[in-house]
Design a protein around this ligand. Sequence first.
Ligand code: 26V
Length: 752
Amino acid sequence: MNIENKLLKYLDKPIEEADDLEIYNACVDMVKSIIDKKERIVSDKKVYYISAEFLVGKQLGKNLINLGLYDELEKVLKKHNKSLYEIEAKEKEPSLGNGGLGRLAACFLDSIATLNMSGDGIGLNYHFGLFKQVFRKHKQYETPDEWLDSKTMLRETKVSFPVELAHRTYNSIMYDLDVVGYDAGVNKLHLFDLSTIDEDIVKKGISFNKKAIEKNLTLFLYPDDSDREGQLLRIYQQYFMVSNAAQLILKEEKEKGHDLHDLANYVSIQINDTHPSLIIPELIRLLMKEDMTIKEAAAIVANTCAYTNHTILAEALEKWPLEYLEEVVPQLIPIIQGLDYAVYNAFPNNATLSIIDNDRKVHMANMDMHFSKSINGVAALHTEILKNQELRDFYHVYPHKFNNKTNGITFRRWIMHSNHELAKLITELIGEEWKKDATQLERLLWFYDNDEVLNRLDTIKYNNKVRLAEFVLKREKIKIDPNSIFDVQVKRMHEYKRQQMNALWLIYKYLKIKNGEYPSRPITVLFGGKAAPAYYMAKNIIHLIICLGDIINNDPEVSKYLKVVFLSNYNIDKAERVIPACDISEQISLASKEASGTGNMKFMLNGAITLGTADGANVEIRDLVGNDNIYIFGKSSDEVINKYNTNSYHAKEYYERSEMIHHVVDFIISKKMLEIGDEEMLKALHDNLVNKDWFMTLLDFEEYCHVKENVLNDYENRSWWIRKSLVNIAKSGYFSSDRTILDYNNDIWHLR
Ligand code: 26V
């Protein structure tokens, strides 16, 4: 049956007469039925990827691409005067993640399925996700992200497990999201939930009664944990997730007739950061019920699990008070204490290795590292820093466990779906193979001196900028010029990522323009990103940027040369619009702090040029493209680490020594700013920059301004710039998550 007839099966009227929403709904049913006929991927050994986040993005377009039906359906709809692009817009994006860690999990699921490896994801079905970001009075406010109130690809299953929380038994429901590989079989993302969740308990903003576990357990991802109740809720969520995971894994193993003593031969479990760490004691507990000793069970679990570290920020390494765990999961306490005892016996003289510390806090990462077969970082530099700094003591005792797995992204979403025009041009130039073997993109280098190809690349970028400009006008009511340079920084808001440095540059440029020093071409600076609801300084940075936008965009003299946009509620959908339209990719974290970054890879693939520090995977991008095709500035990670170790960075010295810095920083609390901004927030920011600046903004600021000036000038040498862009695209193949997954499999999972 052709796709038109298939679609009509789910539509009770001719396509012309249906509206976009009706067609969207029919498409979802059609895609589900097509996936039903595809093979579930099976193999001897299976990997389970357990994660608190899966930032999967909209499903319809991605599924159509992976099923090979996108172009065909687009044509059919066009024939009936309908646009697939508009129909895709009807889908609400699943709100199941927060940032890089969650998006990485989604890319990995796509690659695992595409490589026809048997591997499922396991997580939670958050009803309101992280939160939806809205701006009022130039500030961020949070509201529930209601993504479940329209038709989704989720399927309710009959699978349910009893989970004991604080002496009460809760029965889960398992929902499934299909993960269909590109020209390949189907895996699943299992999302657990409770039937008793009550969305009506959410009151003002995103606040709710944190005690009513049966009503609130899966309402939000990372609910506020600034008080005891909030921390307990996090533990409730984590245990609920992993107990379901452990029960599901053992059930599947038993159904396959495998002996649980051989679990490690049949199963690999990847622990995505510390949130799923309780899977270790939970699996041990369940295996002990099968008549194993704790020693036996722990050895099996340690051979089955592998841990990925995604951040070196100390605050992200979770430590839970033993007392809280006693309250929520008393059944795990003897096991955690047993594991701690075993560690103490093995390493009696090294307290840094212990699981339970002297303050009776349980170090989740420490438990992971002792009871896993593998410990990996997510970019070469990051792994080195883990080995030599943050996790030095563990590296010393387990050198064989440490390995690097440089992150990757799925090219199906990040070019084939988000940048059709570029994907088509590439296929026209080098054939289809790159879609399955991204290293083939290197063939694009054949066209390095081909003016026609370079012009077409330029036109595609321009067209993407026009589309983004239309979107920005519609959504943010700001008119931007596609002929201006699009300079983009989109990512979670965090001081270490240094959006504040980019904001200082805006002030620097604004003051220059006011002084009559005009840039040769207008510049549009786009930001996007959410701040954690309780992260005061990150919210202040958002406030600063929006206030600057207000001043700059409304100043007729300045706005001819400079515009500022803060895209609200940055998510996958917006990422897919902004990344293909970007000229300059801002990756300016303080060296040593960004574990990898994956946005940097998406921008590269879409032909943007990186302006960044030697941090995370930027280092590997530079190694691939060479210094001529990237702009790296700032102090190195060694220098930064040395400054921390010797306590020798003092922001105030930079502020006092440089007139430029002084002037720019003081603008934050100038009369102009205070007229439109919140005095307390702006003063707090100013004070922080001058007296603390933990992430060393002022350290790199002057060099940043200097190098950014070079970047803007180089943009004017159009053919040179487009060549840089071509080299970036051509060299991006290494960052395909297919490569990353093959590395995980070769070194850690060993699926056959
Ligand atoms: C930690 C915590 C701890 C406190 C409560 C909220 C919360 C939420 C998330 C996290 C872990 C965040 C870790 C993370 O997203 N890391 C990012 O992982 C990316 C994929 O490996 C990597 O590219 C980014 O550099 C890294 O920041």
